[in-house]
Design a protein around this ligand. Sequence first.
Ligand code: SIN
Length: 302
Amino acid sequence: MVSLTTCINNLELKNPFILASGIMDEDAGSMKRILQEDAAAVVTKSIGLHERNGHSNPTFLELEHGLLNAMGLPNPGIDSYGSEIKKINNDNGKIIGSIFGSNVEEFEILSEKMQNYGVNALELNLSCPHAKGYGLEIGQDPEEINKIVRAVKQSVSIPIFVKLSPNVNDICMLAKAAEQGGADAIVAINTVKAMKIDIETKRPILANKIGGYSGKAIKPIGIRNVYEIFEAIKIPIIGVGGITKGEDVIEYIMAGASAVQVGSGIYYNGIQIFTQLKEQVIKWMTQNNYQNIKELIGVAHK
Ligand code: SIN
């Protein structure tokens, strides 16, 4: 019998499959549907202090090898979002509340409110690559990361995950700053900064011009980041980027991830991707004589 149970510090998950922030996570109904599949947890849409419309359209396009988006952190604001979270019956899995802020104080307020809504853990979005004053703009400074994580840690008792960007010189330095601030896990990676120009109109297609690239093409970038972070820190890592099949999950876990998040994979395979991943991972483990997924974490480093 194969065991897929994994732990992100003291958050136990029935398997390593988590819905990534930004897809099918705006309302309780879609998150409940995902939890009824074989996902162990869902990450909410990133929520800020106030309602935001996000960037103008077009905000999303499919490219040959991946997806490009510049949504601009649209969200209803923390006070309205509480009712959605409270509607989710999380008997089937865990809820991870994603938050973004522009400074320490905003992160403190958001984290306390999310905890009061009943989420099981927090994900600090310090990595959105295209929202002025948020995400990567503050998440590329190790001192700022350290200050924010330290403050959130003092404000709440639930585990804190920090989602980092690959669009930096040294992601390990940022992961270490988060770990020293008291983070319980690192989530890597957010999308890769990218652009598409329409050669007929000679203009960038996204209204924001620059967006974040996700999907199959970024998997090797995610794997490399997880591999390097694993050598730099001791806290668990959640791998994200380009996962569409069981072998991708195994690769992330061998690189050092204790769990994985799936976002764009839902665009390609539908929500049944969680069941597909589960079946494919169990098949691979059975064929390769592994009984426990934890045995595979970081084996590529040995
Ligand atoms: C967005 O809302 O623009 C995407 C969020 C992110 O990339 O973190």
